[in-house]
Design a protein around this ligand. Structure first.
Ligand SMILES: NC(=O)c1ccc[n+]([C@@H]2O[C@H](COP(=O)([O-])OP(=O)(O)OC[C@H]3O[C@@H](n4cnc5c(N)ncnc54)[C@H](OP(=O)(O)O)[C@@H]3O)[C@@H](O)[C@H]2O)c1
Length: 228
């Protein structure tokens, strides 16, 4: 009798970046002050996306700047509440403020830190330590897959979006462009690639849809080399 074939390796989740920017590509106001760029239809679209995800990921920069709850606002959707996605925070050094909403225990939360980080988090939080000095996405993504996160939504901010794009692991990207120019050099741009990559990566994308939404435009991209 043939030996049973080994379990296939668990891969990374599918990764969907979603963000809202100004016409000049800024994610926030000067100095990173939170900007409400989405209109009501876009907000509902984002809640649909969140509700269809197993995990919603942001960097600690966004947690410190915006203190997001990262919950699904079921009240904006026309159906009863479903399962809450896991909130995933990239926080190499344990900088998440103790009072941050992502630590409120209201829904599953996973914090990814570097191995050297010794900070304790509340018992409601799962902690994964990957990477010597900074969270290593290559190691984290299959770990998320092992934990049942098959569809991961990445919401930002600039450095986190840059890391995912530079690593070449993005399957889809939706960008809502609000009809406003922020025009301040200290306002974070859509993506900042990690330092030290030589030459600086350029990530080619293919547009799959552009449509008006609220007063802005929703653009959907896939990697340029994705199958048609
Ligand atoms: N408009 C939108 O859709 C939207 C959405 C989200 C955020 N934002 C805005 O984005 C801004 C925050 O962006 P940001 O770039 O400052 O912060 P960020 O991307 O949210 O977080 C960056 C931080 O994450 C940590 N990190 C750990 N591992 C990482 C990795 N592998 N790659 C990248 N980062 C990693 C790093 O801190 P450690 O080294 O300490 O780990 C890094 O400084 C805020 O102004 C917020 O309002 C806008």
């Amino acid at each position: 009798m043939a030996a049973p074939s080994p379990e296939p390796p668990i891969g990374r989740p599918t990764i969907h970046i979603n963000c809202a920017v100004s016409v000049d590509g800024r994610l926030a106001y000067a100095g990173g002050k939170q900007a409400r760029l989405s209109g009501p239809d876009d907000l509902r679209r984002v809640q649909e996306l969140r509700s269809a995800s197993d995990g919603i990921l942001v960097g600690v920069g966004t947690v410190v700047a915006d203190d997001p709850s990262l919950r699904v606002h079921w009240e904006l959707l026309d159906r009863p509440p479903g399962t809450s996605p896991v909130r995933v925070i990239l926080d190499s050094n344990g900088r998440t403020p103790p009072g941050a909403r992502v630590l409120d225990g209201q829904q599953p939360t996973l914090i990814a830190t570097a191995e050297k980080c010794t900070r304790d988090f509340p018992p409601t939080v799962s902690v994964v330590r990957v990477g010597m000095h900074r969270v290593d996405l290559r190691a984290l993504l299959p770990e998320l897959g092992r934990r049942g996160i098959r569809r991961l939504m990445v919401e930002g901010g600039s450095q986190v979006i840059g890391s995912f794009l530079a690593l070449g692991v993005v399957d889809r990207m939706t960008v809502f462009v609000a009809p406003v120019v922020i025009g301040d050099a200290t306002a974070p741009v859509l993506a900042t690639f990690p330092m030290g990559g030589e030459p600086t990566p350029v990530v080619p994308l293919r547009r799959v849809e552009t449509r008006p939404l609220d007063e802005g435009t929703l653009m959907t991209y896939v990697p340029a080399n994705a199958p048609a």
